[in-house]
Structure formats: C-alpha cells, structure tokens
Write a protein that binds this ligand. Structure first.
Ligand code: APR
Ligand code: PHB
Length: 388
C-alpha cells in the first residue's frame, strides 16, 4: 500500500489526525493494534478545554458534543475539612470547560471515519517502522495472518504510552523526563446523578474528585496506595471515604449507588524529546503522559494533532517551516501542561513521606488562592488552556 501519512494508533490522536488530514486533502492509512470495540470500551478522560471543543466543532464533530456535553463555568476545591475554593474560569479566563467523555469522542471519530471512508486497519500486530531517516520511510505489520507494507511520505506515531513509535528514535537522540507519583487513583462509575460541578478535594486521608459522564452517570476518584487492589475497596468503603474527604456541605449532596466499573490507575508525568525524528512525528500519549489532575492528557493530544495537521497542510502546499518546527511548537504547550498537572497533583494529594511542613505549604497556596483574584485568574487561565 502507498499513502502520504501512515498513522500508527487509532486512539483519539490517530483517528482525529486522519480525519482532519482527509478533510484537508491529505491521504492517510491508520494502523491499530486493537479491535474497534476494544478501543471503544476503554474508559478514559472526560473534560475538554474550550480550544479542544472548537477544534472538534470545526471538523464537524460539534453536534453531539453540544447536545450531550455539560458545560462547566467553574471548579470547586475543598480543603482543610470544610473550606471551599471556587475557581470561576468563565468569569476569570473568559472560557468554560466541557465535560464530555473520551469514549464519546472516540465513537464520534469512528462514526466520522466511516462516513468519510477513512482507512483504519484494526487488529494489526507486529507494527514496525522502517527507514525514517530516508526519503522512503515505510511501516510493516501483520493483519489476518499476512504481512503488509505501507510506503509513505511521513509516519505519525499516535500509539500511546505503550506504543512502538517512540522507540524508533535512537536512545542517544532522545531525552526522557519522568516523575512517578507514590499513589494511584481509584476510580468508579456509578449510574447516579453527578454533582452539578466538578469538585476536587485535598483532605488528610488524601485527594478526591467528583466528575461526571452524563446526567445519570457519575465518575468519582479517591487517592489510594499504589499497592491497593480493587478487591480491597467495596462500594461501601469507597463512598464512605469519598464523602469523608469532601467538605460536608458538598459531600451531603453525593448520591451513592452500586458501582458499574472500578479500577486503579497509577499517576505519572513523562515527556519524550524531541517529538520528531526524520520523517516520523509523535503525537499524544506516545510523546507525553500527564497525571489526570487538571485533565490535560486528551487536550494535549488534540493540540498536537492541531499543530501537526497545520504543519503537514502547509508543507504539502510548499512551505515546510511549521513542519520543521513541529516538535518545538508542540513541546511548548506540552511542558506548560506538564507543569500545571504536576502542580495540581502536588497541591491536592498527600504524599506518603511528607511532613506537616509540606501540608502547611499546600494550605498556604490554597489560602493565597482564596484571598487573591489574580492568583485564581492564573489558575483559571491554565486550567481552561491557552489558545493554540
Ligand atoms: N501498533 C498499533 N497500534 C498501537 C500500538 C502498536 N504497536 N501500540 C498502541 N497502539 C494503539 C492503542 O491500541 C491505542 O488505540 O494506539 C492507540 C493509542 O491511543 P491512546 O492510548 O488513547 O493515546 P492517544 O490517541 O494519544 O490519546 C491520548 O488518551 O490515555 C488517554 O489521557 C490520555 O486522554 C488522553 C488520550
Ligand atoms: C474525569 O472526569 O475523568 C476527570 C475530570 C477531571 C480531572 C481528571 C479526570 O482532573
């Protein structure tokens, strides 16, 4: 097979990239290891920056997003038991956020892929990247027991944190920056009405977060030790712990019910530099991981795709400046989101080895945010995301 851009991975990054390229007259083939239903069943992020909403609208994915998404003009942060910090990002930063599950975005992307006849090859194994430093790069893989080869101009590595693309950058040519956090998030889904607002909490027992997927589907998280397993967390234990960690005036509104999903995820920050090697470009989780605090992961993947499509479109029109600087451009936003999600993680969790001093520093940050509108404005601006 032959195409202009071979895309590895059909998560949000790869499938959005293929869709936008198609709309801008550039052909691609997407090679995905899993089946379509496997990708659609993954439960992932849930909050979109407004720039992400606008980008999805601009490629024709705005209708269901606006019908089923839930706009949020603020978040609340509970701390020191009963204090509540209110960050009104619509008023302070001029933009709202949108709660809309990644699962729905993935469904919308696959529906658009079918409508527009995109070429996504699911259940492709043994993907290998070849000759990226030559003018004739290609990708090989196995599907239905046969080896296939795709010749292309460029390769987009959109294969997430466990993909093969980043490994195509020789060890000596890449830098990896990493921070693993000494705790995990235990997350549940329950078919109960969510709270009207997103609520984060810092409590002596640890972090908590109340979020949503739709009017009858709530998503909640509590910080837990990394060694814990879901068997140790009955629904009763989860609800008791969640409500204890919230300010009482918020906790009393939580509607409990049986969980329909329960899992534990570790928290990590990681950046791979550069995001380009020869004819290969990385986008999304293939190049960077952020802890979920602050909801930046999916938004960063969408931003990378925006920069990469703009760069490829201009390149095929005869100007390669943006393509040459893709890594530098994308990494500026990556590092700013990595810093913000690290900061929110440190602000809102309890670390196992910390002393009372660290907690006082944290509470001083929260007290300053409570007193100063400029401080809240700075957080609001970073939470909703800067313009591209
Ligand atoms: N060959 C082909 N496909 C692969 C390979 C491989 N070797 N390895 C991984 N993949 C596929 C995965 O099965 C997955 O469908 O690449 C896709 C990567 O998708 P995501 O992990 O969702 O990553 P990305 O598209 O960058 O989206 C980022 O996902 O993890 C969240 O917080 C993250 O919300 C953010 C978003
Ligand atoms: C989610 O809804 O899953 C969610 C929301 C906000 C976050 C992280 C996750 O900061």
């Amino acid at each position: 097979m032959k195409t202009q851009v071979a895309i590895i991975g059909a998560g949000p990054a790869g499938s959005l990239l293929s869709l936008i390229l198609h709309q801008r007259g550039i052909e691609s083939i997407v090679i995905e290891r899993q089946s379509k239903s496997y990708v659609l069943d993954r439960i992932r992020a849930g909050v979109l920056e407004w720039t992400s909403v606008e980008l999805l609208e601009s490629v024709g994915l705005g209708e269901r997003l606006h019908k089923e998404g839930h706009r949020h003009d603020r978040v609340k942060i509970g701390w020191r038991g009963s204090e509540i910090l209110d960050i009104e990002f619509q008023r302070l930063a001029g933009k709202p956020m949108m709660a809309y599950g990644q699962t729905k975005i993935q469904e919308d992307l696959y529906a658009a892929a079918e409508r527009e006849n995109l070429n996504i090859i699911f259940e492709s194994s043994d993907v290998e990247i070849h000759d990226v430093t030559t003018d004739n790069p290609y990708v090989t893989f196995t599907t239905n027991g046969e080896t296939q080869r795709v010749d292309c101009d460029y390769i987009a590595g959109c294969d997430g944190q466990h993909g093969v693309s980043r490994g195509a950058i020789p060890f000596k040519r890449r830098s990896e920056f990493e921070r693993a956090y000494p705790f995990g998030w235990l997350g549940i889904l329950s078919e109960t009405p969510p709270l009207p607002e997103l609520v984060y909490a810092n409590h002596k027992n640890g972090f908590a977060l109340c979020s949503e997927r739709n009017p009858m589907l709530s998503r909640y998280y509590v910080q837990c030790p990394l060694e814990d397993t879901v068997d140790q967390w009955s629904d009763d234990r989860f609800w008791t712990e969640l409500i204890e960690r919230l300010p009482p005036s918020i906790g009393e509104h939580v509607v409990t019910g049986p969980s329909i999903e329960k899992s534990i995820a570790p928290l990590r920050s990681q950046v791979i530099e550069p995001m380009q090697y020869g004819k290969m470009f990385l986008a999304g989780d293939a190049a960077h991981i952020v802890p979920p605090t602050g909801a930046k992961g999916l938004n960063l993947a969408i931003a990378d795709v925006h920069y990469l499509t703009e760069a490829l479109v201009e390149h095929y029109a005869g100007n390669s400046a943006k393509l040459d600087s893709y890594s530098e451009t994308a990494l500026r936003r990556v590092w700013s989101s990595v810093r913000f999600s690290w900061w929110m993680t440190v602000l809102l969790h309890r670390f196992p080895e910390e002393t009372a001093f660290e907690q006082r520093m944290r509470e001083e940050d929260l007290a300053y945010l409570t007193r100063s509108e400029s401080a809240r404005k700075s957080v609001a601006e970073q939470y909703v995301g800067l313009d591209y």
